[in-house]
Design a protein around this ligand. Sequence first.
Ligand code: ATP
Ligand code: MG
Length: 424
Amino acid sequence: MSKGIQPVRGMNDILPEDSPYWQAVEDTARAVFEEYGYQEIRMPIVERTELFVRSIGEVTDVVEKEMYTFEDRSGDSLTLRPEGTASCVRAGMSHGLFHNQIQRLWYQGPMFRHERPQKGRYRQFHQLGVEAYGLEGPDIDAEMLMLTARLWRRLGLDSVRLKLNSLGNPEARRAYREKLVSYFSEFRDRLDEDSRRRLESNPLRILDSKNPDLAEIIADAPSILDHLDEESRQHFDKLRRLLDAQGIEYEVDPRLVRGLDYYSRTVFEWTTDRLGAQDAVCSGGRYDFLVSQLGGRHVPAVGWALGMERLIALLALGDEAPRRDSRPHAYLAMMGEEAEQLGWRLAESLRDELPGLRLTVHCGGGSFKSQLKKADRSGAELALILGETEIRQGRVGIKPLRSGEEQFEVDQAKLADLLRERLD
Ligand code: ATP
Ligand code: MG
């Protein structure tokens, strides 16, 4: 049989058997965000291309080679968002959310990057992210990390580790950048093509190279932590003290730089060693200069985003991945026109009386045997049975599908009570 039109490479369907795992993460994250006072913001998926060029940075992998950019019918250059922060900043500026206000925001949704698809790396992927605006100090950085640590705990995840670094302020980084250029220039012939190119355009990115041949050179490179400005140093030290006091473990990693150019001061990544090369599950940091860079006033900001696909893959490796139970509580099987009439009435009144009851009503007729097979396959706890005998007696047959109990009967008038009791 023809499978019809092929999906786009690197873009996945999330099938009904998988969506309960996504929902569990989304539900848990939403609850934790709300508990910390973060509010949801929803941005469009498409933005003007210049937004990403000016925020993420012209000489980043994302802007150089990963964006889905196209001209729309009016000739405007638009881009499918490769990440959420730039859009969030744009939205905040568009609506004056940053005027003398503190904002704690969260978002979720699909992001698009034209990367080489492989396990944990897709062209459409999904992020959940948080952003806070208007707060300069390390307290909010710490809050964000506590929030993530709590999210992991709620999800039963214990295989992620926090890496922490500071990139200093832009001047300090410029000075450090010079140091790096002169250091790496000495090893020019040993660098790979990518890194040689980065030497001119974006030398900090060399530190992030995954090429094992460069590991040694990178390990001996000057450390950014020796080049921080005084304020950034204090910020970093205070953040570390706050995390220490909360018992949040981390490893300081002076090689941790981020793929997007807008970061300053604190940067971090939660990584795992259980997903192979795609080891970053959640990453973020401070971007105090992005709003002003985009033409706004000075608005300090910090945020992170997690990759849903990677987080879910990681949870799936555990014993019991969190999963929203969306299987029906009950499946109503019925035979004959009279039974159907009564059945639908009964089903609707159960839904009135028991909001949240997941009840599948059999459609399409067929024998009781085939209906009960479908009931079983639906995952329902109980089959409710309405045939001629049951109607005559004003009763409903109840067949427990999971517990091995015998089938029994109950008065139609008592069905709601029975379900309430059994399914709580
Ligand atoms: P990587 O180093 O793996 O490319 P990144 O630094 O590009 O990640 P960010 O831009 O910080 O990632 O995005 C935040 C999170 O989104 C990452 O930690 C990761 O979990 C996820 N992510 C990024 N790109 C992809 C992708 N192409 N497919 C799936 N998840 C992704
Ligand atoms: Mg990347």
